[in-house]
Design a protein around this ligand. Structure first.
Ligand code: HEM
Ligand SMILES: *[C@@H]1O[C@H](CO)[C@@H](O)[C@H](O)[C@H]1NC(C)=O
Length: 341
């Protein structure tokens, strides 16, 4: 009986979740994209935390040598096991099993790079309740190299200041504007971060400005001293997704702020939070230090529709960054074909 109740309960949770998502059951009339869609819906219903992970994978794959599935590799002939997954800036990367499951379903009909961008697109659609949606086509080739040091040299760090972020996004290999930097940073309305990614905001006299209640609430749930004990716990990126007790301690009231209080939604709440200094990373806060970027923060805070649409456009641009070293359609997303038996 107890077991039955648990089963019924979890079924209800899944159904309630799907009922809340107007994006459920989208069809593409493309075999590969329909299979990806089905698996992403299942994976998120089973474990909502893979949704943000799949969105982040698009950035972390496509930013480094274009969208070539290099972030998925466990091992390559040239890099050994020192692949992008080992990069410091790739801390917390997840969702790899979802990509593996999809690969098993689609076989040789799509590259891992295609699967990854399709999966990120579906996750954004589902997490936004159908408000963020864009069309993509296939044809990307998978790369055969993946380097941790190259990833760290290419991906932005959470301790970057504004000019470093601007240079990183504007680099020739990326070609993204400050507006697109502000738009894409809104992805931090979902998911989680490790203490080591925001510890610089918790201590010291000259930390980048952070709301004092929010800072105190963070210190309480994740005391920075834990790092010296070898622990690196996580908190939600968005105070909206934290417990009521945390919100109280942080003096964070989503409704008063004009934020939809539903946890886990990909929306423009990031802009409300950033303008209150209730945001985790220095790289988020520094957007306030540039007058153009700060204007954009205000604009996206005040216009959710505009952000949904600009975010979708920027994700298309990201998902279409050309694979500089794309060579093959991998048999397994974790290994190059040369090393797959
Ligand atoms: C602007 C420069 C950016 C920096 C410095 C940055 C940095 C970070 C860091 C440090 C984390 C937490 C990692 C951890 O501690 O586990 C994170 C999480 C995340 N980032 Fe970013 N990020 C940036 C841009 C982006 C972009 C462009 C996207 C997507 C389009 C994105 C999507 C995400 C998501 C969804 C998460 C949560 C992942 C999860 O919960 O699994 N970020 N980011
Ligand atoms: C919000 O942005 C959209 C798209 O850019 C625009 O058409 C609309 O007029 C804006 N709404 C307001 C209230 O400014």
């Amino acid at each position: 009986m107890a077991k039955l109740n648990t089963t019924v309960l979890s079924l209800c949770v899944v159904l309630a979740f799907l009922a809340g998502q107007s994006a459920a059951g989208r069809y593409y009339a493309d075999k590969v994209q329909d299979k990806v869609r089905k698996e992403v819906e299942k994976a998120i219903a089973y474990n909502p935390s893979v949704g943000p992970a799949l969105v982040r994978l698009v950035f972390h794959d496509c930013w480094v040598n274009g969208c070539d599935g290099s972030v998925l590799l466990d091992k390559t002939p040239t890099d050994g096991t020192n692949t992008e997954k080992k990069a410091v800036n790739n801390i917390g990367l997840a969702g790899f099993e979802v990509i593996d499951t999809i690969k098993q379903k689609v076989g040789g009909s799509a590259s891992c790079a295609d699967i990854l961008v399709f999966a990120g697109r579906d996750a954004a659609d589902i997490l936004s309740g159908g408000k963020i949606f864009y069309t993509l086509t296939g044809g990307r080739k998978d790369g055969v190299s993946s380097s941790a040091s190259a990833a760290d040299a290419t991906l932005p760090s959470s301790t970057f200041d504004f000019s470093q972020l601007q240079d990183n996004f504007g680099a020739a290999s990326h070609g993204f504007t400050v507006e697109e930097l502000v738009v894409l940073s809104g992805a931090h309305s979902i998911g989680v971060a490790h203490l080591s990614s925001y510890q610089d905001r918790l201590a010291g006299a000259d930390v980048t400005p952070i709301d004092s209640s929010y800072q105190a609430a963070l210190i309480k749930v994740t005391p920075p001293g834990l790092l010296t004990q070898g622990q690196d716990p996580t908190v939600p990126n968005n105070a909206r997704d934290a417990s009521s007790a945390f919100q109280k301690a942080a003096a964070y009231d989503p409704v008063k702020l004009g934020v939809n209080p539903t946890r886990g939604v990909l929306d423009n709440s990031y802009y409300h939070n950033t303008l209150e200094n209730k945001v985790l990373f220095k790289s988020d806060w520094v957007l306030r230090t540039d007058s153009f970027a700060a204007g954009k923060l205000e604009e996206y805070k005040n216009n959710a529709t505009e952000w949904n649409s600009d975010f979708a456009d920027a994700m298309v641009k990201l998902s279409n960054l050309p694979a500089l070293q794309g060579k093959e359609i991998r048999k397994s997303c974790r290994f190059t074909n040369q090393q797959y038996y």
